[in-house]
Design a protein around this ligand. Sequence first.
Ligand code: MLC
Ligand code: AMP
Length: 496
Amino acid sequence: MSTAGSPLLARLIGHPIATDVSIVGPDGVAGGAGTYGAIGARARALAARLRGARPTLAGARVAFLLPPSRAWVDALLAILLAGGTAVPLSPLHGAHELEHLLSDSAPETLIVARELLPRLERYRDGRTVIIAEDPRPTVTLHDAEVSAEAPALILYTSGTTGKPKGAVLSHGGVAATLASLEEAWRWQRSDRLLHTLPLHHTHGVIVALLGALWAGACTHLVPFEAERVWELFAESTVFMGVPTMYVRLMEALRAADEPTRDRWTSGARGLRLCTSGSAALSPSLHRAFAQATGVEIVERYGMTEIGMALSNPYGGERVPGSVGVELPGVAIDVVDEQGRAVPVEEAGELRVRSPQLFSGYHGDRAATEAAYDEQARFRTGDVAVRDARGYVRLLGRASSDILKSGGYKLSALEIEELLREHPSIGEVAVIGVPDETWGDRVCACVVLRSGESLELEALREWCKDRMATYKVPRELRVLASLPRNPMGKVQKKLLL
Ligand code: MLC
Ligand code: AMP
């Protein structure tokens, strides 16, 4: 069997078969320890089921809805092995989101855990549905031919235009991310990753889970819960989090009694690498964690469309408040509005060239073209400054319509669109209010229809069926009118 055409599969499936992988699910060992050989065998059996008589899925989409578990890993690898494009869905997605993701990606097959089947019931028509728990015959097939350019995953990400867009990531692009991070962070087969991130975004899927699988390391998948994470540090070498997780960890540490604190912090001393990304980590939190554990967090910067671009050095100085320098293979520019590089210590937009860049937005050529400048650099929309040593600091986003709450990227416009369906709401503007725990706190500024009233709790209840819980506003401001400019556009800066 060969996986030669895809640099991604060659590594993910190519480890010596006896290498221990122990992908331990949230339910403990029952989630499944094993070897890379066993993982490969299970993934190949499912891949054979996906392909049927076809030599390859030729990029056809397969969506899967499973809790973080060994079965999740099986499904992803099977789809890649069969030559398909994986579309991970999340149990956290609301009904509206699932509807959009499934109609946009139009998958031919759904893989679903039996307990989650009701969520997908209405999308079954005309599709093959595979229940993850059902037994599979073991069939021996040659692996499908998969090229480096072939699409591997579609990850949905919010933008400035309402509904989330599907970023298509190729086998070669994902492999470039993993190779770059392996070199920069010195991933080793002996590493044990404590994995608490959701599996429908770049951070959890690519940087963390595939980072470990690429290196042939072990992964422990558990839902994030601060006390449990502290306990599990003692048996881990690598942890990757969003800043909100580090806030929660420090809160739990402060609340613990002294013996517990001592046990936790001495357990953490075996961690060789803790990273933070997806949102800004405050320098004071960086210092507090280092003081408590002796571990200096490696803050890094990336984006669904560009993979990972910058990181503080593993070997050199890690600067709190900075996202570090270019990762291997990445080139950046900080530019003015004309696309010209700005001098050191001046703010500009960050643009990126890299073998990790995505292949485009699924089915949206115009948005794909608009994402690049005339020099084929990706426009990140992030505002940054570089210092004389080349370290980059991020100052924020060019658009106030993009929010980051607990590491999730949210589109203010998408939330506004949903809130406009509320019977009491006449007009609405969603803003991100700075918040120590969440980064941006989602705040809905509304003008009510005449005679209507609205309380935050009632609004949150109404929202919960319609959007992922992390998008639900945490603050409600009822206003007589929204501030608008002469063109009628809401001036969000005046609401902050
Ligand atoms: C959960 N809640 C959130 C939230 N996460 N609200 C706002 N923002 C969030 N991020 C809600 C819950 O639904 C719940 O609502 C309430 O907050 C309290 O829940 P909790 O149990 O305390 O929160 P928890 O489930 O523990 O979630 C916190 C978290 C989670 C930090 C673990 O947000 C998380 O996993 N974030 C990671 C996001 C991520 O992976 N981003 C990467 C994108 S890729 P209620 O109403 O029930 O009380 C990317 C590229 C890159 O950015 O560079 O990495
Ligand atoms: P996403 O589209 O979900 O992949 O999120 C990508 C965005 O997350 C980037 O464009 C940044 O705005 C933000 N981001 C990622 N890492 C960091 C970081 N270390 N500090 C600040 N913002 C970050």
